[in-house]
Design a protein around this ligand. Structure first.
Ligand code: HXC
Length: 258
């Protein structure tokens, strides 16, 4: 059997996926992305998991798509390949929240992978960038669309056109990452955040995620209507009754659906 490029662990109700192709700085080839997709789907259907964390190594979250694998492709090779659609889209389909815990390089497809996650928590060593322009291409897994939505047009253009890297502090200021912590505290911070999320009622967690994503995908009016309907629907759940009863009774909620 070939070496596994994604290590799969669980920590309580948190699923932990570690990208493990250190010799290539976690360059994202088909095998790695297929393993990642399969592991995500397994956590998605596992009732004992409420949140997922994806991380890499100290040196690299992921340094991009695998350049060696792509370098000789023709236009029709890349058009016909499922390189972007087959396994990269899996992350978008996952309803449970996914946190990217990023240390070191998150470049090209690595930055795009982090941006497909719901929350990015960065070590102070993290470096984000879309350097594809140096290879004579452009970002191909959402970078030109998600980056401007996260950091605004000016910074997204700067990164995509000059290929410069952005450090963790700048990324936090710009709104790409939610928290920056010392590198040796990264996993603790990410797993703690994931544990908090996994302790909540899963229906409301998944629906909150779906609603926030709507803010990026449609118009404000559509998003507001969608949010209102989802808010209404949560009143059909036992967890809403329990959560509000627990608050008024000044006790901790005992959610049924986690
Ligand atoms: C394949 C890669 C790689 C990549 C690094 N490696 N990035 N292999 N694809 N994206 C390999 C190197 O070839 C090298 O292998 C080993 O990892 C260590 O890398 P070094 O370059 O020696 O390390 P260092 O000098 O520390 O430089 C780190 C680095 C640099 C700045 C991150 O590796 C780099 O610029 N990498 C490419 C980043 C990039 O352009 N990413 C975008 C890819 S295109 P050997 O065998 O020599 O030791 C993309 C399109 C997405 O992502 C489209 C969506 C599907």
């Amino acid at each position: 059997m070939s070496e596994s490029f994604v290590l799969v662990e669980t920590r309580g109700r948190v699923g932990l996926l570690t990208l493990n192709r250190p010799k290539a700085l976690n360059a994202l080839n088909d095998q790695l992305m297929d393993e990642l997709g399969a592991a995500l789907l397994a956590f998605e259907s596992n009732a004992d998991i409420g949140c997922v964390v994806i991380t890499g190594s100290e040196k690299a979250f992921a340094a991009g798509a695998d350049i060696g694998a792509m370098k000789d492709w023709s236009y029709m090779d890349v058009y016909n390949s499922e390189y972007i659609t087959r396994n990269w889209e899996t992350l978008k389909r996952i309803k449970k929240p996914v946190i990217a815990a990023v240390a070191g390089y998150a470049l090209g497809g690595g930055c795009e992978l982090a941006m497909m996650c719901d929350i990015i928590i960065a070590a102070d060593t993290a470096k984000f960038g879309q350097p594809e322009i140096k290879l004579g291409v452009i970002p191909g897994a959402g970078g030109t669309q998600r980056l401007p939505r996260a950091v605004g047009k000016a910074k997204a253009m700067d990164l995509a056109l000059t290929a410069r890297m952005m450090g963790a502090e700048e990324a936090e200021r710009a709104g790409l990452v939610s928290r920056v912590v010392a590198a040796d505290k990264l996993m603790e911070e990410a797993l703690d955040a994931a544990t908090v999320i996994a302790s909540m009622s899963l229906p409301s967690v998944m629906m909150a995620k779906e609603c926030v994503n709507r803010a990026f995908e449609g118009s404000l009016n559509e998003g507001l209507l969608f949010e209102r309907r989802v808010f209404h629907s949560l009143f059909a759940t036992e967890d809403q009754k329990e959560g509000m009863a627990a608050f008024t009774e000044k006790r901790k909620p005992d959610f049924k659906h986690r």
